[in-house]
Design a protein around this ligand. Structure first.
Ligand code: NAD
Ligand code: WQD
Length: 338
């Protein structure tokens, strides 16, 4: 049985990936500082999978703690989720974002190498493309992230690429996620945002739950079929399964590879809103508001490379995403505090 270190495993995407890893027969060790994750999520991962995992409460920048983890457990490979993800916070505090997202990745790689572990799957983001000239976006599109968050993700990717080019033992798959939404179909784990959600799907479930009055649709004058922004939303369970397939792919010598994880099927804000109305079975109030600063009209993935390299495609559609997001929200109105 292979042992996988999952950094940030107590967070949204990490917890769903732990379920898929345990169900695929891997042993799992989670390192998380619980900055935005929750230990209860890990208890629920164990309930869903009927398997135990190991948890170390530690920061990925703390090399002594990481070193102890590598001495205590026979780690074969790493899935690296731990990081900060707020675009707005990265603009107000770029140093913190470079420290955690790039510094954390460098510290982790140093400790990995000192223990002879050189296979890593990294949580990157479609935001590394910035304003892309092509839709759908292939991996070879130019990377020009427009904000510090995206720049830290690209810098971490470049660090991994440099390691792979310098030393053939290193293998890294950088998974560039598009817009992860939804929750595990059990309703036991899901997205648990602190404060007012920035993202569309958790905002909609909070409108449905009565915590927010109405959705503000940011702009209806984009050059899209209904004027609202268009994105590539992907079910978090499909995303999680992509990580398992990336690890299996890394088992052979692969070097450095960036891969998009999306469905390739774009949806507008109004189409997402309609799917959530169907899932909830009620009208969800909305108003058209001004465009949000920094938003772009259309963003969706060319998924051909992930399909070719990993044999991976997304299985869930927007109605599945809305159903599972609402199932999680309605069963856990206060998130993991419920
Ligand atoms: P999340 O905040 O739910 O999970 C991140 C986890 O990392 C949390 O449990 C947090 O406590 C932990 N963490 C943060 N800093 C840490 C540190 N220094 N040391 C140890 N643990 C630390 O976020 P998520 O949505 O699950 O995202 C996971 C990863 O995927 C992040 O790297 C994020 O940038 C990336 N990503 C997310 C999205 C998205 O829309 N959710 C899209 C693209 C990429
Ligand atoms: C989606 C669409 C909004 C909220 C962000 C990050 C990105 C990535 C994923 C990590 C847009 C519209 C939203 C609302 C709305 N994260 N919207 N009303 O902006 O595509 O991506 O999360 O890597 O880096 O930037 O996602 O869910 O915020 O917005 O109308 O209250 O919904 O304008 O068109 P986005 P989102």
């Amino acid at each position: 049985m292979k042992t996988i270190l999952v950094t940030g495993g107590a967070g949204y995407i990490g917890s769903h990936t732990c379920v898929e890893l345990l169900e695929a027969g891997f042993a799992v060790v989670v390192v998380d500082n619980l900055d935005n994750g929750c230990e209860e999520a890990l208890n629920r991962v164990e309930r869903i999978s009927h398997r135990d995992l190991m948890f170390e409460h530690a920061d990925v920048r703390d090399k002594d703690s990481l070193d102890r983890v590598f001495r205590d457990f026979p780690i074969d490979a790493v899935v690296h989720f731990a990081g900060l993800k707020s675009v707005a916070e990265s603009v107000s505090n770029p140093d913190l974002y470079y420290d955690v997202n790039l510094g954390g990745t460098i510290a982790l790689c140093e400790v990995m190498e000192s223990h002879g572990v050189t296979d890593i799957v990294f949580s990157s983001s479609a935001t590394v493309y910035g304003i892309s000239s092509s839709e759908p976006i292939p991996e070879y599109a130019e990377t020009q992230p427009a904000q510090p968050y995206g720049k830290t993700k690209l810098a971490a990717e470049q660090h991994l690429q440099t390691l792979c080019e310098a030393d053939e033992r290193w293998n890294a798959v950088c998974l560039r996620y598009f817009n992860p939404v939804g929750a595990h179909p059990s309703g036991l784990i899901g997205e648990d945002p602190k404060g007012i959600p920035n993202n569309l799907a958790p905002y909609l479930t909070q409108v449905a739950a009565g915590f927010r009055d109405k959705l503000m649709v940011f702009g209806d004058d984009y050059p899209t079929h209904d004027g609202t922004g268009v994105r590539d939303y992907i079910h978090v369970v499909d995303l999680a399964r992509g990580h398992v397939q990336a690890l299996e792919f890394l088992a052979d010598q692969r070097g450095f590879m960036p891969l998009n994880l999306g469905t390739g099927r774009p949806y507008s804000v109004l189409e997402v809103h309609a799917a959530f109305e169907r899932a909830v079975g009620e009208k969800l109030p909305y108003v058209i508001a001004p465009r949000r600063d920094g938003d772009i009209a259309i963003y969706f993935a060319d998924t051909a490379k992930a399909e070719m390299e990993l044999g991976w495609t997304a299985h869930y559609d927007m109605d599945d995403m809305a159903r599972d997001a609402w199932n999680w929200q309605s069963k856990n109105p206060e998130g993991y505090k419920s």
